[in-house]
Design a protein around this ligand. Structure first.
Ligand SMILES: O=C(CO)[C@H](O)[C@H](O)COP(=O)(O)O
Length: 231
């Protein structure tokens, strides 16, 4: 019987947990796939006596990891991170990706860029030829956010403030807003990333470029480890 998306995510997460080694400081991403990862790492901590320190990218991940007995520190309490494992919303052939479906992309990028190695865990539906079908998340400070919004609109980037189920604007852990760009396709991710990050009031975008060299993909034939060719 075919595995559903959640089962595929779980197989990728369990496989990626094998990359964690004794003594490592491990960045733990955010999202449903990471929930399976945290469970798998915690199992190794409990059953194999694996000694690690976890660094969470969201309150949700931190709470889960702590409750399962993974010793945790904040990003500011560790000198560096050895390995970060996170989910992603889209990954292209060059291992460039979109993240931020869970509105945690700013914290995730801080941890990822402090990490010696980064691995993404995804199910096979997240592999794409061109990024951008998944709306690109931005984190924007509330002050002047309509001005940022107007600029994005004038550039034809099709922005929408992300709303929660009550119709209120979603807030990140830093109390900022999320604007999603409904672009359909992103033909020049680096150019777009450079333009976005130069916009005053726009704190971070969900394009994660040249960060990841290993992607563990949950497929119907089992988890597959993809390694990027770049250095
Ligand atoms: O970037 C993220 C959160 O900001 C997540 O990693 C991404 O949205 C994937 O989530 P999931 O594992 O639930 O599919």
């Amino acid at each position: 019987m075919a595995m559903d998306q959640n089962e595929l995510k779980k197989t990728a997460a369990i496989k990626a947990a094998e990359f964690v080694e004794d003594g490592m400081i491990v960045g733990l991403g955010t999202g449903s796939t990471v929930t399976f990862l945290v469970e798998a790492i915690a199992k190794r901590v409990q059953e194999e006596g694996l000694h690690i320190t976890g660094v969470a990218t969201s309150k949700r991940t931190g709470k889960q990891a702590k409750s399962l007995g993974i010793p945790m520190k904040t990003i500011d309490e560790v000198p560096h991170v050895d390995l970060t494992i996170d989910g992603a919303d889209e990954v292209d052939k060059n291992f460039q990706g979109i993240k931020g479906g869970g509105a945690a992309h700013a914290f995730e990028k801080v941890v990822a860029t402090s990490s010696t190695k980064n691995i993404w865990i995804v199910d096979e539906t997240k592999l794409v030829d061109t990024l951008g079908k998944f709306p690109l998340p931005l984190e924007v400070i509330p002050y002047g956010s309509t001005k940022v919004f107007d600029r994005l609109q004038n550039e034809g980037l099709n922005p929408k403030f992300r709303l929660n189920d009550d119709g209120e604007r979603v807030k990140t852990h830093s109390d900022n807003y999320v604007i999603d760009l409904y672009m359909g396709h992103i033909d020049h991710p680096h150019l777009l990333a450079n333009w976005l990050i130069s916009q005053v009031g726009l704190l971070e975008h969900g394009l994660f470029l040249d960060i990841v060299n290993t992607v563990v993909v949950g497929t119907q034939d089992g988890p597959k480890i993809l390694e990027a060719k770049r250095a």
